[in-house]
Every structure is written in structure tokens, then in C-alpha cells.
Design a protein around this ligand. Structure first.
Ligand SMILES: C[S@@+](CC[C@H](N)C(=O)[O-])C[C@H]1O[C@@H](n2cnc3c(N)ncnc32)[C@H](O)[C@@H]1O
Length: 242
């Protein structure tokens, strides 16, 4: 693909995003509501509002940052969506005013920033928008090199009568980049949904936080707050002021 920027993924996938990705783990909504402690929350890469809307229904005022106008339009068309302010722009810059007791970025969305420098700057910008006792929550997958053979991976994502979806990825272990295409086939042909990610190792994540004056306070392997272990496939990390 010649051109890929912060809007590419969302603009391509917005029309089917909510069909592919079901409602979010209710335990995530409970944990985030608890962490907001009655205050407003800021979601980085708010998308179609899978997390923001149920969180708002629990009484948390949520503000979102989103690059894709098409994703934001989907959110705003949903019941209650008009009550969620959305800032269109790059979440790495955190282009909002005010401070929040909770800032969160879930579903691996932090990895949508494609260089280490952009990810470090995101932590630094987040730190400027946290209240003194504020919490920054990241949910990311644990990088798994076993997925790749010769730095490539093909996996089946969904299959039904007359429908097939596969994920095809190329891996650059030096830049920690994964270049993927979700490919969906129906009887009328194939459609491509590009996605690029720069994964972050847990120790690197903690170092990014330190560079921003934050420190890791808790790390879970799921939203039920199970401890993170060497076998965990995801990490939910909580950072506060050092
Ligand atoms: C995987 S989706 C997650 C959406 C939502 N958080 C959820 O879990 O359903 C990632 C979202 O981040 C947005 N995004 C990606 N890079 C971005 C950037 N640099 N700035 C703002 N939004 C971005 C995409 O358009 C997309 O809506």
C-alpha cells in the first residue's frame, strides 16, 4: 500500500467494525468506571464507542480523540453518541484541554502509533493531561514471536457459507512493526482492510512511562484483574505519577 496514515484503518473498516468486533468485555467497563472515580475520562482512539458508550451509561463523562471521521460518525449516530465530545485528530498529540483522572487506550490502539518516538510522545502528552492522582490505562497484546514463520503469518479469522476472512501479516522485528491486511471474501469478491501496528514490549512500555514521569502501579492479564504472568497473552497496565 502506497499511503497509510492515522485515518486509513478506521476509514476502511468503519462500516463493518461493529459487526466484526462485538460489544466489549463488561468487566472492562466496570474496571474503567471504578478507575474514573466519578470524574471525566479520556479515550484515545475512541472508534465507534464500544467502550465509551457503556462507560457513559455507567455515569462516567467520556471525551474521545479519533483520527477517522467515519469511525466518529458511527459513534455519533448511536443512541447517546451525541453526548460524547470527540476531538478529531492524532491521539498521540492528545489535542484536548483539561485534565482527567482517567485516560485509557484499549484494544491495542496504542500500537497504532507507528514509531517508538510517537509512542514516547504520547506518554508525555498523556502525563500533561492527568490530574495529580490520575491513572493512564493501556491494554495491549503480549508480542508473540511464535506467531511468525520467516516473519510472516496467515490466520483464519472467520468462515461461514459464502464468506471467508483471513489475516495476513508481515513482521519487521527491528522496527517492531506488523503490516497486515484483513481480507474478506464474499461471492462478489475480495475486500482489503489494511492495518499497521508497532508493538511494544512490557519493559519498553514501562520505560516509556518513566520517560514521561509516570510509573507502573498495576499490571493485569485481564479485566477481572488476574495477575500478569509469563503465559499471559495480554497486558493491562496502570500508570500514575512517579
Ligand atoms: C482498533 S480501533 C479501537 C476503537 C475502540 N477503542 C474500540 O476498542 O473499539 C482503533 C481506533 O483508533 C483510531 N486511530 C488509529 N490511529 C489513530 C491516531 N493516531 N489518532 C487518533 N485515532 C487513531 C482508528 O481510527 C480506530 O478508530
Amino acid at each position: 500500500m502506497e499511503h497509510y496514515d492515522a485515518t486509513t484503518y478506521g476509514d476502511a473498516i468503519a462500516h463493518i467494525y461493529d459487526d466484526w468486533y462485538e460489544s466489549y468485555d463488561p468487566a472492562a467497563i466496570d474496571a474503567l468506571a471504578e478507575l474514573a472515580r466519578g470524574g471525566p475520562a479520556l479515550e484515545l482512539g475512541i472508534g465507534t464507542g464500544r467502550i465509551a458508550l457503556p462507560l457513559q451509561n455507567k455515569g462516567v463523562m467520556v471525551h474521545g480523540i479519533e483520527a477517522s471521521e467515519k469511525m466518529a460518525a458511527r459513534l455519533q449516530a448511536k443512541p447517546g453518541g451525541y453526548r460524547i465530545p470527540i476531538t478529531l485528530g492524532d491521539f498521540g498529540a492528545v489535542p484536548v484541554t483539561g485534565k482527567f483522572p482517567l485516560i485509557y487506550v484499549v484494544f491495542n490502539t496504542l500500537f497504532a502509533l507507528l514509531t517508538q518516538e510517537e509512542q514516547i510522545q504520547c506518554f508525555q502528552n498523556v502525563a500533561r493531561h492527568l490530574t495529580p492522582d490520575g491513572v493512564f490505562v493501556t491494554e495491549t497484546f503480549m508480542p508473540d514471536m511464535k506467531r511468525f514463520q520467516h516473519d510472516q503469518n496467515i490466520s483464519l479469522a472467520a468462515m461461514d457459507d459464502g464468506y471467508l476472512r483471513i489475516d495476513v501479516s508481515k513482521h519487521d522485528p527491528v522496527q517492531q512493526l506488523i503490516y497486515s491486511q484483513h481480507v474478506a471474501w464474499t461471492e462478489s469478491g475480495a475486500r482489503f482492510y489494511p492495518v499497521r501496528l508497532r508493538y511494544i514490549w512490557p519493559s519498553e512500555l514501562d520505560l516509556m512511562a518513566r520517560l514521561a514521569g509516570l510509573k507502573l502501579t498495576q499490571r493485569w492479564s485481564d479485566w477481572n484483574k488476574s495477575p500478569f504472568t509469563r503465559d499471559s497473552v495480554k497486558l493491562i497496565s496502570l500508570f500514575s505519577r512517579a
